[in-house]
Ligand binder design. Structure first.
Ligand code: MRU
Length: 377
């Protein structure tokens, strides 16, 4: 599969360069992605020429984060259509690349149904292909707009909870422009607080084992001049105990109909800590992350990742000594428990903020109303 990737080094890419883009060189359309596994050390782009290459990029977390997975999935269908591959096969492979973030299947299905509708009309796969691309582009733009509105609603909620500002926000994983058509979800709220002069500190959980916090959120915070501090996930408890956290803000990979929230593993312990310390625990996610077909938390499939992600440090330049090619931090052959996500029950979530507004307290009825509002708008 490696020959389907061309890699280009792009250190110091200007801020605002999209993390995913469609290009049409003479050899045929391609999808260009910023490889998030190489950040913050290097800015390297991957050029995907077919869906299997994109599936590999999704599974290796080169492209990741719920909203971006949706956008990537939609462009992946468009790529298969534009290059004349079997679109149904590509859609199936993309949709199944990772199980937890519902946005992936939302994105794939949107592009696929646009393609199928055009195919039914024209009977010609070549003429139908642009419909898939148009759907992917539309989803990309909608996500950017949703991001801006989540930032507004999220900051309004923070200000309501703590009038006067000076917010000290703890976040987990990575939820900024690296995962979105815009400025992201939870990170976009922190950014809005910073721009309004009301962010005192962004506490960034390192987010073991793949360090999306330390590597990616810190990268985004530094590029935007936020006052931020990275901590090990284990240090969060003492930070709460010291009274240093005013709110927890996280994103989500799937929100069940009852308001249960699947997000990066380590989110649930933060919710428990937040409840004990009377700190608001706020989830920021677009309506596309709410899955009315998943009734509750127990019905959410949590992705299990390879154990070597835990038993090795994945530095690419580390000696190739373990199964994952990283530096072992446990004896070879050690088994590891490595769920990529955990599920927080709705009663521990203070509010879910979407582009359509916030729901608080979190109830199935409140969420259903937000989804209905989104369908009307
Ligand atoms: O495994 P990842 O890095 O794809 O997990 C991402 C997360 O858990 C994010 O917090 C979530 O997708 C929300 S992104 C706005």
């Amino acid at each position: 599969m490696a020959d389907q990737y061309a890699q280009t080094r792009q250190d110091n890419r200007p801020a605002g360069t999209p993390v995913i883009r469609w290009e049409e060189p003479p050899e045929g359309p391609v999808l260009v992605l910023l490889d998030q596994t190489r950040l913050p050390a290097e800015e390297v782009e991957l050029v995907c020429t077919d869906a299997p290459a994109l599936v590999e990029a999704i599974q290796s977390l080169a492209v990741r984060g719920a909203p971006l997975l949706g956008i990537a999935g939609a462009y992946g269908v468009a790529l298969a259509a534009a290059r004349g591959f079997d679109v149904d096969d590509a859609a199936r492979a993309l949709e199944n690349a990772r199980p937890t973030a519902v946005n992936l299947s939302v994105g794939v299905r949107r592009a696929l149904s646009a393609y199928q509708a055009a195919l039914a009309k024209t009977g010609d796969p070549r003429q139908a292909a642009p419909a898939a691309l148009a759907a992917a582009r539309q989803l990309h733009q909608e996500d950017a707009r949703a991001s801006a509105r989540m930032a507004e609603h999220g900051l309004a909620l923070l200000d309501e909870l703590q009038p006067g500002g000076g917010h000290r926000i703890l976040t987990h994983c990575n939820t900024g422009s690296l995962v979105s058509g815009g400025e992201g979800t939870a990170f976009a709220v922190a950014l809005a607080a910073h721009r309004a002069g009301r962010l005192r500190r962004l506490w960034v959980d390192e987010t073991r084992p793949l360090l999306q916090g330390a590597r990616l959120t810190a990268y985004e915070a530094a590029r935007n001049d936020l006052a931020y501090t990275v901590l090990t996930d284990n240090a969060a408890g003492s930070l709460f105990a010291a009274g240093e956290v005013d709110a927890v803000l996280i994103g989500a990979d799937r929100i069940a109909a009852d308001g249960s929230v699947a997000n990066k593993v380590g989110s649930y312990p933060l919710a428990v800590l937040a409840r004990y310390h009377h700190v608001p625990f706020i989830v920021v996610a677009p309506v596309t992350t709410v899955d009315p077909d998943t009734p509750d938390g127990a019905s959410i499939e949590v992705e299990q990742r390879p154990g070597y992600e835990v038993t090795e440090i994945m530095a690419p330049q580390a000696p190739v000594t373990g199964a994952g090619g990283g530096l072992p931090v446990a004896p070879l052959g050690t088994q590891a428990y490595n769920p990529a996500f955990d599920v927080t029950p709705p009663e521990l979530v203070t509010a879910i903020v979407t582009e359509e507004g916030a729901v608080s307290p979190v109830t199935a009825e409140g969420l259903a109303e937000l989804c209905a509002r989104s369908r009307r708008s």
